[in-house]
Design a protein around this ligand. Structure first.
Ligand SMILES: Cc1cc2nc3c(=O)[nH]c(=O)nc-3n(C[C@H](O)[C@H](O)[C@H](O)COP(=O)(O)OP(=O)(O)OC[C@H]3O[C@@H](n4cnc5c(N)ncnc54)[C@H](O)[C@@H]3O)c2cc1C
Length: 421
């Protein structure tokens, strides 16, 4: 097939990896971002690549959290009640997707990526992209024995289906403290998930940007996509307020949590992508944990990254994707203080907020727009945009080339990811 000049909208995790995959396949690429490349949620996240945990947020467990999130300030999930009318379609879809059958269907759809997401990331590593800063294996903790057993069984069941590696044995009290001396003494149970991986997204994104620039991608920063134009074109506004149309043979919309307004202005009907804000900061510690610690009961993650400890968590729906809420940093700090011992919580640095591109059913929007095969959407990767970016990029490259995407030897069933559903 002759090279297809592809315009990619959004230079975040999905857009950067997509631009590289397209260049690798020989297509000319123009990458448009309203700000600088690597903005959005690309760098402050937890750096987790999780073949075992790539599943929708909506589940029978989280349905209860939604109600708590509207009425309390202390929960990891918070929803501004004033936003409820605006979030109605998303919220109803979320509650519907939280039923056992739909949640299982969603997990199976995403599991199509499970075995190939790490190999796809390693392919980037083999090309010289920096995957350093983290390591292999997560310690999953939960001090409620029943919840711990249930989580262990659930990961075991996924592994039995061939989705990721089996968890290690359950460790309790002294055994756990010996395995991870940095844990707070109140943490009484945990197990290892050996097949998971983490990296430092700051160095990862910096090396992606460098490679994108070196590989001949035309980068257009400071250009805000407004709406899809004729064919594969995008009408943008420049920083001085004037409009410019960027044209190609294919158009990929990868604007993360900001995707829905572009589609709406273009009269393209789609499942909504809304911002689920997350927070992170760095904290000085007396002792660095051996591995990433994922505290399931406290809904936060502590990640050793290039010699610093990053704390990540919270899911906030308040309609302001870029506005930090100081109270949320306090809630996150209180949660993490029960996980990590001997940290200097008063001296947090690198405080960051980012917008997860959330869909009600947890599925990304991935595929062409109905009736417009030249316009492809790759957005709405929820909490898994880093895990899924390299494999998403390979899928988009297949779509641009007019091929059915194949993952691990199997044709990808794109139906669950349809833009309009
Ligand atoms: C606290 C937190 C922790 C996370 N931890 C993990 C993790 O451990 N593992 C994981 O897999 N995922 C994680 N995620 C999720 C992950 O960061 C996102 O899924 C991912 O960033 C989505 O990638 P994206 O390219 O779609 O969006 P983004 O990375 O947000 O990029 C969107 C880009 O589009 C640009 N843009 C927006 N609007 C326009 C416009 N109109 N015109 C032009 N450009 C535009 C933005 O400037 C930005 O550069 C986390 C997210 C958060 C917030």
């Amino acid at each position: 097939m002759k090279p297809q000049h592809t315009v990619v909208v959004g230079g975040g995790l999905i857009g950067l990896c997509t631009a590289l995959a397209l260049r690798r396949a020989g297509h000319p690429v123009t990458l448009v971002d309203r700000g600088r490349l690597g903005g959005g949620a690309a760098t402050g996240n937890a750096g987790e690549l999780t073949p075992q945990q790539v599943s929708p947020l909506a589940s029978p467990n989280t349905a209860v959290d939604v109600f708590r999130g509207v009425f309390t300030q202390s929960s990891y999930l918070s929803i501004d009640p004033w936003q409820l009318p605006r979030l109605a379609r998303f919220g109803l879809g979320f509650i519907r997707s939280a039923g056992r059958t739909r949640a299982a269907r969603g997990a199976a759809a995403l599991a199509q990526f499970a075995d190939e997401l790490l190999p796809a990331m390693r392919r980037l590593g083999a090309e010289g992209i920096d995957l350093s800063g983290g390591g292999e294996g997560y310690l999953m903790t939960n001090s409620d024995p029943e919840q711990l057993r249930a989580a262990h069984a659930a990961y075991g069941a996924r592994a039995d289906r061939g989705w990721g590696e089996a968890p290690g044995p359950i460790l309790r009290d002294g055994q756990l403290a010996e395995a991870e001396p940095a844990l707070h003494p109140s943490v009484t149970g945990g197990f290892m998930l050996p097949g998971e991986f983490s990296l430092d997204p700051v160095t990862f994104v910096a090396s992606l940007i460098e490679r994108v620039r070196d590989s001949g991608v035309t980068v257009r920063e400071g250009l805000t996509a407004l709406r899809v134009g004729e064919g594969a074109s995008i009408v943008c506004s420049r920083e001085d307020g004037t409009e410019e149309t960027v044209r190609g043979d294919r158009l990929v919309i990868a604007a993360g949590a900001w995707t829905t307004p572009i589609l709406r202005r273009s009269r393209i009907r789609s499942a909504p992508v809304v911002s689920g804000k997350g927070y992170s900061f760095t904290v000085p510690v007396a002792r660095m944990p051996e591995t990433l610690i994922h505290a399931m009961d406290r809904h936060c993650v502590a990640i050793p990254m290039h010699g610093r400890l990053r704390i990540v968590g919270m899911m906030e729906f308040d309609g302001h994707p870029e506005r930090p809420n100081p109270r949320r940093f306090e809630v996150l700090t209180r949660a993490a203080a029960g996980v990590i011992r001997d940290a200097d919580w008063a001296n947090r640095t690198e405080e960051w907020v980012g917008a997860r591109p959330m869909t009600a059913d947890g599925m990304p929007l991935l595929g062409p727009v109905a009736g417009r095969p030249e316009v492809i959407v790759a957005a709405g990767h929820n909490m898994h945009g880093l895990s899924l970016a390299p494999i998403t990029a390979e899928v988009v490259a297949d779509l641009v080339a007019g091929r059915d995407p194949v993952i691990g030897g199997r044709t990808l069933d794109l139906a669950p990811f349809a833009v309009r559903r």
